[in-house]
Design a protein around this ligand. Structure first.
Ligand code: SF4
Ligand code: SF4
Length: 348
């Protein structure tokens, strides 16, 4: 592992140098919320936050994105649109890096998605280990407390300095060109390990009370659990739990014709399985008409259905769904614990 040390005072200069060459996106504090936004000065960049309201997936899968323009006259012509400005995304927690790795897997599968992939290729990812934990986070349970890959640089706050792990050749270039660092000593390496271990333990406090590998089995046995209907009765079908989720990637594709009916635009926009019309098809049939079916589907998708595709859960334990849900029913920890309780009471 290539671990460097950056003095605290050097961070501003590093960011300033990046700003001179790239668009820099980072975490900013706005009205009490942590958000990813474009920064234009190092002072705006926040390195100590518990969890951002929205994940960084918008940089690779924007909420609305033009795929191509087309004209139908005199003959059909299609002009693809690719927008992939070089960008540095600064301050991504390990669970969000893991979520980006999940999206990479999904959008690289046959057929690969060039719109997503071009944005990814043009992006430098700079991670940062959290110092604080959101009350709804349970990322240690989901194997997302720390990551060993999927970043160009990874910062850990060691109090008077930052440890910076170099994760790629691009990261090496960024740090050697734009920052002054020195190799980490043995003490600094040990301090980083201790900080990460403490954080891992703290993240378990609000988490599950059983190992996460039991989740698929629990779900297999819980299709008829009363919890789905009880919670779904309070669901507003607002889709907030989908939109804030770093691993939700469903989208809808639509065409917009100009008034002359000779040209138009095809675009895609985020969609969510909690929205009423998500599973509605052309004939008018809706395969998940009831709120219960939609609500239950999200948990099965996170904990069971995608295991074959991802070889992992489709949940990294960020807790954003729990924070965003006005009806207070989206928290995976509460739902999975309740299922576990029902399972135990059933004598299993
Ligand atoms: S399901 Fe909830 S906790 Fe899991 S990754 Fe999505 S938003 Fe985060
Ligand atoms: S955020 Fe809550 S209320 Fe809204 S769709 Fe999700 S579960 Fe239902």
């Amino acid at each position: 592992m290539n671990l460097r040390i950056m003095d605290k005072g050097e961070l501003k200069k590093f960011v300033q140098n990046l700003l001179a060459h790239y668009r820099v996106e980072g975490v900013v504090k706005n009205n009490g919320a942590y958000l990813y936004d474009t920064i234009d000065s190092p002072e705006q960049l926040c390195m100590d936050f518990d969890c951002t309201r929205y994940p960084p997936k918008k940089y690779f899968l924007p909420p609305r994105e033009t795929l191509f323009h087309f004209s139908t006259s005199p003959e059909l012509e299609v002009s693809p649109v690719f927008e992939s400005p070089p960008q540095v995304i600064f301050g991504i927690h390990p669970y969000d890096l893991k979520a980006i790795a999940i999206l990479d897997k999904v959008f690289s599968k046959d057929p690969p998605d060039p719109h997503y992939l071009k944005r990814r290729e043009a992006s430098f990812l700079i991670g940062v280990d959290p110092k604080r934990i959101s009350p709804h986070s349970f990322w240690a349970d989901m194997g997302a407390a720390s990551v060993n890959e999927g970043f160009d640089l990874m910062f850990t706050d060691l109090e008077d300095s930052y440890a910076v792990e170099i994760g790629s050749a691009s990261g090496e270039t960024l740090i050697s060109t734009y920052a002054r660092t020195q190799p980490a000593t043995g003490d600094e390496k040990s301090k980083r390990v201790t900080l990460r271990t403490n954080l891992y333990s703290k993240s378990l406090i609000n988490g599950l009370d059983f190992p996460s590998y039991e989740i698929p089995k629990l779900l297999e046995h819980s299709k008829e659990s009363p919890i789905w209907r009880e919670n779904a009765n309070k669901c507003l079908s607002c889709g907030a739990c989908n939109f804030v989720c770093p691993t939700c990637y469903c989208f809808d594709v639509q065409d917009e014709m100009d008034l002359d009916l000779k040209q138009g635009t095809r675009y895609r926009k985020w969609d969510g399985c909690l929205l009423k019309d998500f599973a509605k098809v052309g004939s008018g049939e809706n395969f998940r008409e009831s709120r219960t079916a939609r609500y239950r589907h999200r948990f099965y998708r996170k904990g069971l259905y995608q295991l074959d595709t991802l070889q992992d859960f489709a949940c990294v334990g960020c807790g954003r769904c729990a924070s965003a849900c006005l009806a207070d029913i989206a928290d995976p920890v509460r739902v999975f614990k309740k299922l576990k309780q029902e399972y135990r009471e059933g004598g299993k």
